[in-house]
Design a protein around this ligand. Structure first.
Ligand code: MG
Length: 372
């Protein structure tokens, strides 16, 4: 019986996580539920699962301190996931990480602390879960969890390939400057929260996932490629040095990667849609259009700069998306704004929570003040 603490319990990932626990009552128990503001819904879940509920600004950190869990699912929004992730690591509790901003902003710091404490960080993001699953099929270090499954331990891995759905604007309109919030929130494949849905449409989300993979698997960013795959069936691939490539496929359903993070290293049976290749008949792939989606290049540049530049990037993007959704800036201003903030912010070493928070604050301030 694995005791799981769910941070961000009423969000899209948290809701799916509760569903995974519901269907495996003899394998998982909810140790606690933390939410920032959705108290009513959280208390209903608390009654259903017989679990304590934590609500408020510091709910996630309090929940980590006050519950006995074997695994903490971090699925809060944005950098609010950092403090509870570090608290779980400090306590020696393994983390299932859905909040990619934690790795985008503070991957270097989080991985160093996790390694020092021997804490495993299990991917929940569908692409990273796919890569993790592909790495499991090999013996040796591949049979253990992160951070052991790192680049350093895997001389047989030559490249990671992240798939991207391409979002709603893959084939048009030609002029993205007039895109409305309603259009950007209409993702063709995945139902997700508004921030990540807009990030998917700009491909900033895929850029963040390059950084997430860079830290989770300890792979240099220049060995991580992106391929557009609109059907979202192949969730990502690992290319090995002998020329073999492994992929993980399944119908798009976040319960698959969530459940794998919970059940790892085992798999548990579940009643859900199965892949039927004959019905699908074709899967398509193409290179991303970096001129149309400049976020990919911007993220790679920030990754190369290192330090706290990616923390600035993450913070500025959060503000930019909020400003776009509020009608303050145009869709095409999102990446322009983020780039301006990354260029203007000072670069600090990514070795303390103070530096990360300073970079985050600088990114937010620059993003709020930016004018086209
Ligand atoms: Mg993803």
């Amino acid at each position: 019986m694995k005791r799981i603490l769910i941070l961000g319990a009423t969000g899209s990932i948290g809701t799916s996580a509760c569903d995974v626990v519901r269907t495996h009552p003899s394998d998982f128990r909810i140790a606690g539920l933390a939410v920032r503001s959705n108290r009513e819904r959280a208390e209903a879940l608390g009654r259903e699962f017989g679990a304590p509920v934590f609500c408020g600004e510091d709910a996630a950190e309090r929940a980590v301190e006050e519950t006995d869990a074997d695994l903490v699912l971090v699925s809060t929004v944005g950098l609010s996931g950092l403090a509870p992730t570090l608290a779980a690591i400090e306590k020696g509790v393994d983390v299932a990480l859905a909040t990619k901003e934690v790795m985008v902003a503070a991957g270097e710091l989080v991985c160093a602390r996790a390694e020092a404490k021997g804490v495993k960080i299990l991917p929940v993001d569908s692409e990273h879960s796919a890569i993790f699953q592909c790495l499991q099929s090999f013996g040796g270090r591949g049979a253990t969890a992160l951070p052991d499954v790192g680049w350093r331990g895997r001389r047989d891995v030559s490249r990671l390939i992240l798939t991207a759905s391409g979002g709603p604007f893959l084939d048009g309109p030609d002029d993205l400057s007039t895109v409305t919030p309603a259009q950007a929130l209409n993702h063709p494949r995945w139902k997700m929260g508004p921030k990540v849905t807009v990030d998917s449409s700009t491909m900033m989300n895929k850029g963040f996932e390059i950084l997430e993979a860079r830290w989770l698997f300890d792979v240099p960013a220049d060995r991580i490629d992106v391929v557009v795959h609109p059907e979202s069936i192949v969730h990502s691939l690992v290319e090995f040095t002998d020329g073999a490539t492994l992929a993980q496929l399944s119908p798009p359903d976040m319960r698959v990667p969530i459940q794998y993070a919970f059940s790892w290293p085992d798999r548990l049976p579940a009643e859900r849609a199965r892949l039927d290749l004959a019905t699908l008949s074709s899967l398509t792939f193409r290179a991303p259009d970096e001129a149309r989606f400049p976020a990919l290049r911007l993220v790679k540049d920030a990754a190369r700069a290192g330090g706290t530049k990616t923390a600035v990037l993450s913070a500025a993007d959060e503000v930019a998306v909020a400003r776009f959704l509020a009608g303050e800036i145009r869709y095409t201003d999102i990446v322009r704004l983020v780039e301006a903030a990354v260029d203007a912010a000072p670069d600090l070493p990514c070795d303390s929570i103070e530096n990360i928070l300073a970079a985050d604050a600088a990114g937010r301030k620059l993003a709020k003040e930016w004018n086209s």
